[in-house]
Design a protein around this ligand. Structure first.
Ligand code: GLC
Length: 422
């Protein structure tokens, strides 16, 4: 155990009283971030430090969840003792479970507060490997001012979205708004593209890549149609650079007022309404559109959790930290300040949350109907499966083969990865 000597006697005594511990731990938490995630985390860590006497430093990571995953896997395989708490993506639990402390016994008093399905997603072989910080499900952001000005309703289909995007973009450009685009999203070759493309495919009746029973379903006509359709957006309604965009690049274009539509997660909502945003009070969100051969919208289920490293020398204090950051008090502040969706149902009925961010209770339905990526059925292979999928999609979007050809090859690759079973 790493002990820290406090300089002020009073601080030491107070810290001891509050934490009931003989000494204060020095913890470190590693976290990727978009938007204001790190500032918000730092604020909550300050609260935690004041109350417990422990100190916590943040190790920051690049925004891409795929980059984070690669680094974390290296650190965990090396049994790195310097990181106590990992902020983990909802899809990672089955792949990293063996490196994390079993929280089951430690969270019995709070686990019932959360949506059972989220706890389930973080439970591997009966072991709770992480507690949720916030959940995630994207929506279609649209410019209320521009749609109204040009006489359009918010679209419910992808085809309708593209038509509206094209018409509004052309009309605006004709009026001298030279920088405007129709639709920004996440087309870079990483996990975010898996999320976007799963939405096109699922909302077109094309399944969810690998079905819950483990069947590889992606090589089908509806899936190919959906991806070929998305290809037509590149360099027409979407900037050619969209094939390199992650969440923040899309938000950057949108937030300076240069896109009619954006696909993004809820964090972009509070930021888009910030005082420095060009689209403040000029936008709203609706569920993502439906494909030409589909009958319902699909939003990919996301979300972030907190896990304690099995190699942390301060596991007790680390567990205390995880419980604090996942608590209703902290989730409420996170929802109010950064429109991160709580994982605690009661917060969707909280008057202060609804007053500060009326969109949060409205977003509940999108989250409750969200589609999981196939991380549970594909187990330790998920990252590879996703990588094969986003590569096939990225190739199609950039004109290397059509979707039917690329999905047939993807199916062969996935079968090879699966061999006799996931
Ligand atoms: C969001 C989601 C996460 C997903 C990522 C993809 O952060 O919460 O689950 O993997 O986007 O970029």
């Amino acid at each position: 155990m790493r002990l820290r000597t406090r300089t002020g006697l009073l601080t030491l005594v107070l810290a001891g009283l509050v934490s009931g511990a003989a000494g204060a731990a020095e913890l470190s938490i590693v976290s990727g971030a978009v938007g204001r995630d790190i500032d918000e985390l730092r604020k909550h860590l300050d609260w935690f430090e004041e109350r417990t006497g422990h100190t916590v430093s943040i190790v920051t990571m690049p925004a891409s969840t795929s980059d984070q995953f690669g680094q974390y896997r290296l650190w965990l395989s090396a049994q790195n003792p310097d990181i106590d708490v990992y902020r983990t993506d909802v899809i990672w639990a089955p792949q990293l479970a063996s490196h994390f402390v079993d929280l089951t016994e430690h969270v019995q008093d709070v686990v019932g507060e959360h949506f059972p399905a989220i706890i389930e997603s973080q439970t591997v072989d009966g072991k709770i490997v992480a507690l949720p910080m916030f959940t995630d499900a994207p929506a279609l952001y649209y410019r209320t001012d521009l749609l109204e000005k040009h006489g359009f309703e918010p679209p419910t289909t992808w085809v309708g979205m593209a038509e509206t995007a094209q018409a509004v973009m052309e009309a605006e450009r004709a009026e001298g708004n030279a920088e405007i685009w129709g639709f920004v999203w996440q087309g870079s070759a990483y996990e975010g593209l898996t999320c976007n493309a799963l939405e096109w495919v699922k909302s077109n009746g094309g399944g969810q890549i690998v079905e819950p029973d483990g069947e590889i379903s992606i090589n089908n006509e509806n899936a190919a149609e959906a991806i070929d359709l998305a290809r037509t957006w590149v360099d027409t309604i979407s900037p050619p650079g969209v094939l390199g965009y992650k969440e923040e690049e899309a938000r950057g274009v949108w937030q300076v007022g240069n896109s009619v539509f954006m696909r993004n997660w809820p964090y972009a909502y509070a930021l888009s309404n910030g005082d420095d945003s060009a689209v403040k009070d000029k936008f709203a969100v609706v569920p993502l559109p439906i494909g030409p051969s589909g009958d319902r919208s699909a939003a990919t289920l996301g979300g972030w959790n907190l896990a304690v490293s099995a190699y942390s020398p301060d596991q007790e204090a680390a567990i205390e930290l995880v419980k604090f950051l996942a608590s209703a008090e902290v989730q409420k502040d996170r929802a109010i300040e950064t429109t991160r969706l709580p994982t605690i149902p009661a917060l969707y009925e909280d008057a202060e949350v609804a007053e500060a961010q009326p969109v949060i209770p409205l977003w509940l339905d999108i989250f409750l109907n969200a589609v999981p990526r196939p991380s549970a059925p594909t187990k330790a292979n998920y990252n590879q499966v996703s990588q094969e999928f986003w590569t096939a999609v990225h190739n199609t979007l950039s004109g290397t083969g059509d979707a039917a050809t690329n999905l047939a090859e993807l199916e062969r690759n996935l079968k090879r990865i699966r061999r006799s079973g996931w």
